[in-house]
Design a protein. Sequence first.
Length: 344
Amino acid sequence: MKFQLAINLERVSDGADMRAVRDHTLEMVQMAEEGGFDIVWAAEHHALEMTIAPNPFQILTWWSEHTDRIRLGTAVATAAYWHPIGLAGEAAFLDLISGGRLEFGIGSGAYQREFDRMHPGLKQSDAWQYMQEMLPAVRALWKGDYSHDGEFWKFPTATSCPKPLQDEVPVWVAARSPITFDYALRERCNVLSWPLTRPFSEAELYKQRLDEAIEKAGHDFRPIFAMMRHAAVYDNEADRQRALNAIRLVLGQFENLFRNAGDVENGFPKQIPLEELAGREQYDPAMLEENLLFGSPDTVIRKLKRYEALGVDAFVYYASMGLDADAQKRSMKLFCDEVMPAFK
């Protein structure tokens, strides 16, 4: 099993110094590279302080200048917010600048709030159609001259300038629904899945959907199957409580966004009060500790062995969850020093 890092420039309150957030994020990326992580992922989100990522390629270009080996991925570029020529060029330029380290992740997008601002009138539930039209166009532009007459974009002959340094850029699709798994396999893409805070049975469901998509595709391409979970490794009770308190705070903010409650001030979503979430399994501390990649090094190894046995090729350590910087670094060090050696 290989390991990948997902990390955001993250502010949970206006008291956080943006420069400290910047510096911490880069330090975590460098720790991941030194520890042997394979890929680091940057998201795309807009007008939200909890995930400051207006252009993932800009973030990855910055990280590329301060790293040597770790590969650099978008998780994910939101298709409906881009034009194919612009997306192809931005991605190819990152590949050039980084010495051929691009991992191109594309997806549909997460929150209706963002669509209301970035692509007014588009329902989040319909955005997969943009992703499915975008990807073949980007790949064609990377190869050379190409014109496009689609449902969402039309343009005369153009090409990506520059071209990617890699002959074949690895492409990833964020998938949870059967239709997206099927698309990923038709297009010969690797797969990123995120079970949110749901139990291990959700990961088993995604593996089943992947296997069904592989069978339907009828070709010999086998994708890399990566699974993402919020992660916190701890060896004392104080850090355990910090991790559980942090994830519940962030999930309360996520709940606001998923409900599209509109209660966001200066980029900070108001947390849905925990008392309103009481009794809901996905917010119960015991269930969170069991379902997420939380625990002592030995516990985390046991959990990861279960994913490995399921057929997960790469585990994405999702570090951004409102946890303070020092605790994040302690967790990362424990993971690199005490967990990863069990998988070498």
